[in-house]
Design a protein around this ligand. Structure first.
Ligand SMILES: [Zn+2]
Length: 581
């Protein structure tokens, strides 16, 4: 049987020969990887193979892509596929297409080849390794046909690596069992929704309460003591080896945005439950109480008040929020009471700082950084702080035909300069990002010079000084632009939130666990808010980011990740739990 040890031990020719089928008709990849031995883990081997492809010449990459057969294409029909490809295409039922599906695939194959110059490549075994359905394959095919060529080239190569990953798992008999369990649970929770189509799990709705009950069941089954607290958090405790031990908290949120993804939040709940289940199964206790908290609310969908669950633990729950109303006029208080909760008990949820070792949150990245770098995991350095403003510009409306260009006070032209200023000022600073997400000409018409324009500014960075310096410069720039153009401007600050830095000792512990798994440590800030932000008011926090597929899309039904990434995240979190102090 092939193992990492046997691959490390054999001669270079034997190594290349064993890995011959991993990359389609491209033995050079394994040949070059032989010199990089020894590999400490399967993850390290996968990464080395990927690095070799990344470093290859453009014509080698094109040859690698072109070595792949079309899906249900001529080679498949003529029985000319490699055994690996044949098995994969058969497992997803591509050999049993209906005449319509077959015709559609041929049409897509032709359009794709014409547009990109190589065949469409998709790991048809999918993110779980169990196989995509034919409709899912056809949808993905049609969607990727719309990609820009450079993006699609990168995506095709990622699919090549995913195919290689699944083939390597088969060769080495490596089953991502914990990852597969987490993916399966996420799928089950994803089916509990407020909507008939897509996944919506808003605070205290029937779907939300059913989701909580299901999570509580899994926690109990994993050997935890479980309760659902007054704000709807599902709290599972895995007892320490000794009484009176400190507490380490991990977890994330189970509510979702409208038509959201299955892994946002839930990954950080399900992964530790799967680990506790494994620990409990072998009778192993940790030197601290491990608390897994499924936070009831983070997204702010129903009451526009975010972080309800984690702020209750952190002791910063604002009781005034109980009077907030949803779109149907139901108050937060009434929603809680209808679900059987006692709002008066919320303050008692707050935890004692002294008993805590810290808080660690696993979360899907919700962005493309890890995906672009080809890394499954990253250590979050800080959760970005943000500054938000609304800017109102007032110029002079005038006739689009009769007013000469030099006599205009065009509010939209000033806004356009501001948009570009934000883009320019925030580019090239790594963790600094700036966005104008709202831009409107109120009551504008095609033949009128815009007399007014409204726009928003959203500036974020993991480093407060970096963000505030950018905000100062952008606001000064807005003033300069408006003065020069004879535009009046008014400014409203909507939000100013400081960054929540992660604790270096916990970041280092996560980083060391990642390195022990055979992967490089990579630190990145989180541009999105997370429960860890609120928990940082209470204790030291850290976050482990897991790679997001599909270009890094999140808050969307296309959000995806793989069972293998869930598996490596589980291994790393377990190592962290074993070593953290
Ligand atoms: Zn989230």
């Amino acid at each position: 049987m092939t193992t990492i040890e046997s691959l490390n031990r054999c001669d270079a020719a034997g190594f290349a020969d064993t890995l011959r089928g991993i990359y389609e008709h491209s033995p050079w990849i394994a040949e070059r990887a032989a010199a990089r031995r020894p590999f400490v883990s399967l993850a390290a081997l996968k990464l080395a193979l990927q690095d070799i492809v990344d470093a290859a010449a453009p014509d080698e990459l094109l040859a690698l892509l072109r070595a792949h057969p079309e899906l249900a294409g001529k080679a498949a029909i003529a029985g000319q596929l490699t055994p690996e490809s044949r098995g994969e295409q058969t497992s997803s039922g591509l050999d049993r297409c209906s005449p319509d599906e077959y015709a559609r695939l041929q049409e897509l194959n032709a359009q794709y080849n014409e547009r990109f110059g190589f065949p469409f490549i998709l790991a048809v075994k999918g993110p779980t390794g169990c196989g995509l359905t034919r409709p899912a394959i056809i949808d993905t095919f049609a969607r990727r046909l719309q990609n820009q060529p450079a993006d699609e080239l990168a995506e095709a190569l990622r699919q090549v690596h995913r195919i290689a990953e699944i083939r390597l798992n088969g060769l080495l008999g490596a089953e991502p069992a914990l990852g597969a369990l987490v993916m399966d649970w996420a799928e089950q929770l994803g089916a509990i929704s407020d909507d008939a189509t897509g996944l919506t799990c808003a605070y205290m709705t029937p779907a939300h309460q059913r989701t909580a009950a299901r999570i509580a069941d899994w926690m109990r089954g994993a050997g935890m003591r479980v309760h659902i607290d007054a704000v709807g958090n599902v709290v599972g405790r895995y007892a320490a080896a000794t009484a009176g031990a400190p507490v380490l908290i991990t977890g994330s949120h189970y509510d979702t945005v409208r038509d959201g993804g299955k892994y946002d939040g839930r990954l950080g709940i399900l992964l530790p439950i799967a680990l506790v289940r494994a620990l409990h199964g072998r009778g192993e206790r940790l030197p601290y109480e491990l608390e897994v908290v499924a936070f009831s609310e983070e997204e702010g969908v129903r009451f526009r008040s975010t972080f309800l669950g984690s702020s209750a633990l952190a002791g910063s729950f604002d009781p005034a929020l109980l009077d907030a109303l949803d779109a149907d006029g139901v108050s937060l208080r009434a929603a809680l009471e209808a679900a059987g909760h006692d709002p008066a008990a919320i303050p008692a949820i707050a935890r004692e700082r002294a008993s805590l070792l810290g808080f660690v949150e696993v979360h899907i990245e919700q962005g493309p950084v890890l995906l672009e770098r080809g890394l499954p995991l990253g250590v979050v350095s800080a959760i970005a702080g943000s500054s938000r403003y609304l800017v109102e510009l007032t110029g002079a409306a005038g006739h689009a035909g009769t007013t000469p260009m030099h006599l205009r006070r065009d509010a939209a032209a000033a806004a356009a300069e501001i948009v570009l200023l934000v883009e320019r000022r925030c580019s090239g600073h790594g963790a600094l990002v700036g966005t104008v997400g709202q831009l409107e000409v109120p009551g504008g018409s095609v033949n009128v010079i815009p007399g007014a324009c409204r726009l928003s500014l959203d500036i974020r960075a993991g480093d407060d000084a970096l963000r505030l310096a950018a905000v100062d410069e952008i606001l000064a720039g807005v003033k300069t632009i408006c003065t020069r153009r004879g535009i009046d401007h008014r400014l409203w600050k909507l939000l100013e939130a400081d960054a929540a830095p992660c604790a270096p000792r916990l970041m280092d512990a996560l980083g060391e666990s990642i390195e022990r798994a055979g992967l490089p440590r990579f630190d990145l800030p989180s541009g999105a808010g997370h429960d860890a932000m609120r928990m940082a008011q209470l204790t030291d926090v850290a976050m482990l980011f897991v790679r997001c597929g599909n270009g890094g899309i999140s808050h969307n039904r296309l959000e995806t990740m793989s069972a293998d990434d869930a598996e490596i995240a589980a291994q790393v979190l377990l190592d962290f739990l074993h070593t953290v102090k």
